[in-house]
Design a protein around this ligand. Structure first.
Ligand SMILES: *Cc1c(COP(=O)(O)O)cnc(C)c1O
Length: 362
């Protein structure tokens, strides 16, 4: 049998591991931060009708620029952050925000360039960075997973990266950044600044979005996704808001017709049902806050969370705890700093199963 190392694969890919959150058939899946509530029967029907409508013209390529979808996404963001005043020209969409991030790196990174991130953070940022031939610089958050402006400024001053990744709320810690930290980064960063807001809709009241900083900052990119709060992970739809010139730059690297007609129709329909889909966000926020309280009452360390997951510890042998949970039918995530585990917020029934399994596993 041929192994991939027998192939003339790129030297910089040799020995690398593919991204791999386990996809196991377990009753309670709390490991990839999905929204646990499936689409309602009403929405399922509307999605079917929307797909049927485009089915008759699937012999044709889709709208290459996805204008209708981008218009709807801009309207959604303007509701999320009043005063954002975004238009379709400032919004770009792709197959998941991972593809958005890849396009950003293809346009602004590449051989001889470097991207910097503050870890612990989202594991796909360095992976996509490497795949595009861009160097990755690993800077660090402080002990409580925050990022004081002085720390960010020092790291950027030292490395002068072409791209800076900030994740807020951060995965896997749940930590949201104050706008002052993002502003400080924008002032010193020599290149593009990407604020990954995959969990933006879950932020606690009073936590602002980086969308507020877009005016006057043409090098700022805010990325969002329909995979989490919008409960559409299976659709694969991510998007960004930025200066129109950034959207022009991404059109140089995107594959023609990258967003299928089916994807565009499904995403537009989901946006039309946005109120219903996002209705579960408040429920999940409450469930998150009581989960944090419960874990603390159990004597565990818990990072403050503005997202739909919680990082908790400290475990001397976290793998044993993770395995103990799995043996009891609850899949969580072994991710982040060595002594921590992450659990996504599920339905009340799933969280009850989580609490029982954790008590038995400790
Ligand atoms: C889940 C997640 C994404 C979303 O990826 P999609 O490709 O849109 O599903 C992006 N960034 C972070 C930090 C995430 O946790």
């Amino acid at each position: 049998m041929t192994s991939l190392n027998d192939l003339p694969i790129r030297d910089d890919l040799r020995g690398r591991e593919p991204y791999g959150a386990p996809q196991l058939d377990v009753a309670v899946q709390l490991n990839t931060n999905e929204n646990p509530y499936p689409p309602s029967p009403r929405l399922v029907k509307a999605l079917g009708e929307a797909v049927a409508e485009v089915a008759g013209s699937l012999n044709r390529y889709p709208d290459r620029d996805a204008v209708a979808l981008r218009t709807e996404l801009a309207a959604f963001l303007n509701g999320d952050t009043p005063g954002a005043g975004l238009t379709a020209a400032q919004v770009w969409a792709a197959n998941g925000s991972n593809e958005i991030i890849q396009q950003i790196l293809q346009a602004f990174g590449g051989p001889g360039r470097a991207a910097l991130g503050f870890e612990p953070s989202y594991s796909m940022h360095p992976i996509i960075t490497h795949v595009t031939g861009t160097a990755w610089i690993n800077a660090h958050r402080d002990e409580d997973f925050g990022l004081p402006p002085e720390r960010a400024i020092a790291a950027i001053g030292e490395h002068r990266p072409d791209l800076v990744f900030l994740t807020s709320p951060n995965n896997p810690t749940g930590t949201a950044l104050p706008l002052e930290a993002i502003q400080a980064v924008l002032e010193v960063a020599p290149g593009m600044v990407i604020v990954d807001e995959a969990y933006g809709e879950f932020r606690r009241a009073g936590t602002p979005s980086a969308l507020e900083l877009l005016p006057g900052n043409p090098r700022l990119i805010v990325t969002r996704t329909m995979s989490k709060a919008f409960a559409m992970a299976g659709t694969r739809l991510g998007y960004l808001a930025a200066d129109p010139a950034v959207v022009d730059a991404l059109q140089l690297v995107r594959l023609p017709y990258h967003l299928s007609a089916v994807t565009q129709a499904v995403a537009c329909t989901a946006l039309a049902y946005g109120e219903e889909l996002l209705g579960a966000v408040d429920t999940l926020r409450h469930e998150r806050d009581s989960l944090v309280e419960w874990l603390r009452a159990e004597g565990l360390m818990v990072a403050d969370s503005d997202a739909n997951f919680v990082l908790f510890g400290l475990f001397e042998h976290r793998h044993a705890v993770w395995q103990g949970m799995l043996d009891r039918g609850v899949l969580i995530r072994e991710v982040g700093p060595p002594q921590w585990l992450r659990v996504s917020v599920g339905t009340p029934e799933e969280m009850a199963a989580f609490r029982d399994a954790l008590k038995e596993s400790l």
